[in-house]
Design a protein around this ligand. Structure first.
Ligand SMILES: NC(=O)c1ccc[n+]([C@@H]2O[C@H](COP(=O)([O-])OP(=O)(O)OC[C@H]3O[C@@H](n4cnc5c(N)ncnc54)[C@H](O)[C@@H]3O)[C@@H](O)[C@H]2O)c1
Length: 356
């Protein structure tokens, strides 16, 4: 028998004897990995929705930390665990401070912690604002694909609220094969509309760009409407603006009145998650006292359990699931590890001998 050194950490049966190394992955590394991989990441997000839909995940409610002295700001914790091929646990900690934007830095900032499946040890901290935007955009592109399947692809898109998330959604639509004849832009702030139009010009998109003066004009002239505002309560309330039955990617979740929700086919990413925090579907539930207005989840659509009528708008409201951050974060981690550029923090875990 081999003598056991009782001064060293002892293996629990079947588990690793030593904690995994802890590494930090910068935003620059994240962006290098994800750049140009729109199709791959959209497929990864699709697989993750399927794993989540099959129940091989744990995704408890997000925790919202709010501040009485800074009512427009929040920090959200999204703990999660995903099975399938990814098999990792972790948490995203994402801040939203809208006052950052006029001060010249992005609204959202975030880190993602990945925890080892077998030991629970955290093994990586990743810059996560890019992962956050990427998984959100990939989910929107995936939804756009599935929710228009079997119909001619819409050629007129309108972006309602044009910050970072709108830019990533356009990048993911373009990167997964969408082309547009007309691209509408609407924002409360002229600077944002100008900045986004400049991005569209540089992106090489051949669609004709129109900056709209009114919300109504943008919506009426778009077959796909992308909401990426920071509105806290509904500001689009007239159902007649959507009488041409567009696809609405309602990424910012709180733009549409409950009346519009009730006249639409509603698809969400996860029912329990989305009917919280005063999202538009949550307001519709409060108004009616039921959830009959929900057609199902995107996973239901992908599995053929839900079909989509063509005589009403289709509204996709994705609450944003922590499992998506884990899947994209683990993908980034694996790629950085493979490239040999993982920056390990030496001796991060210390004092590992049980009795010193
Ligand atoms: N569902 C998800 O999974 C998910 C994930 C990430 C971000 N988001 C949401 O996406 C939204 C956009 O994020 P961002 O980082 O691009 O924000 P941002 O602050 O960079 O940009 C938001 C833009 O919306 C404009 N805007 C605000 N209210 C408006 C209104 N009523 N009408 C028109 N324009 C308006 C602002 O002027 C700004 O240009 C946020 O609400 C964020 O919470 C959702």
């Amino acid at each position: 028998m081999t003598a056991v050194d009782s001064t060293q950490p002892q293996p629990v049966s079947g588990l690793a004897a030593v904690p995994p190394p802890f590494s930090v992955i910068s935003g620059a590394q994240v962006q290098r990995v994800l750049h140009g991989r729109e199709r791959e990441i959209t497929e990864l997000v699709e697989q993750t929705y399927r794993v989540h839909g099959a129940g091989d995940s744990v995704n408890p409610p997000s925790y919202f930390l709010r501040f009485p002295d800074r009512p427009t700001s929040r920090i959200i914790a999204l703990p999660a665990s995903i099975g399938g091929q990814t098999r990792v646990d972790g948490i995203k900690w994402v801040s939203s401070f809208p006052t950052n934007v006029p001060a010249g830095i992005p609204r959202a900032s975030a880190v993602l912690i990945l925890n080892d499946h077998d030991t629970g040890y955290p093994f990586a901290c990743l810059e996560c604002s890019i992962i956050n935007a990427t998984r959100t955009a990939a989910s929107a592109a995936l939804a756009a694909d599935w929710l228009t399947m079997g119909r001619p692809r819409p050629k007129r898109i309108g972006f309602f609220g044009v910050g970072l998330i709108a830019r990533y959604i356009h990048m993911f639509l373009a990167g997964t094969g969408w082309t547009f004849d007309e691209i509408g832009v609407y924002d409360l702030h002229a600077d944002s509309a100008t900045g986004f139009s400049g991005y569209l010009g540089r992106s090489g998109d051949s669609g004709r760009v129109t900056v709209h003066e009114t919300a109504e004009s943008l919506i009426r002239s778009s077959d796909v409407v992308v909401f990426a505002t920071v509105a806290g309560e509904p500001h689009v309330t007239d159902p007649s603006w959507l009488e041409h039955n567009p696809l609405v990617l309602h990424v910012s979740l709180r733009d549409l009145s409950p009346e519009i929700v009730l006249r639409s086919t509603n698809i969400v990413d996860d029912v329990e998650h989305c009917l919280k925090a005063d999202t538009s579907p949550h307001l519709a539930e409060q108004l009616t006292g039921n959830r009959d207005f929900l057609a199902g989840t995107l996973d239901d659509v992908m599995a053929g359990r839900v079909s989509l009528p063509t005589d009403r708008p289709v509204v996709f409201s994705p609450f944003g699931l922590g499992v998506l951050d884990l899947a994209v974060g683990k993908y980034v981690y694996d790629e950085v590890l493979r490239s040999g550029e993982l920056q390990v923090v030496d001796d991060f875990f210390h004092d590992l001998r049980r009795y010193g």
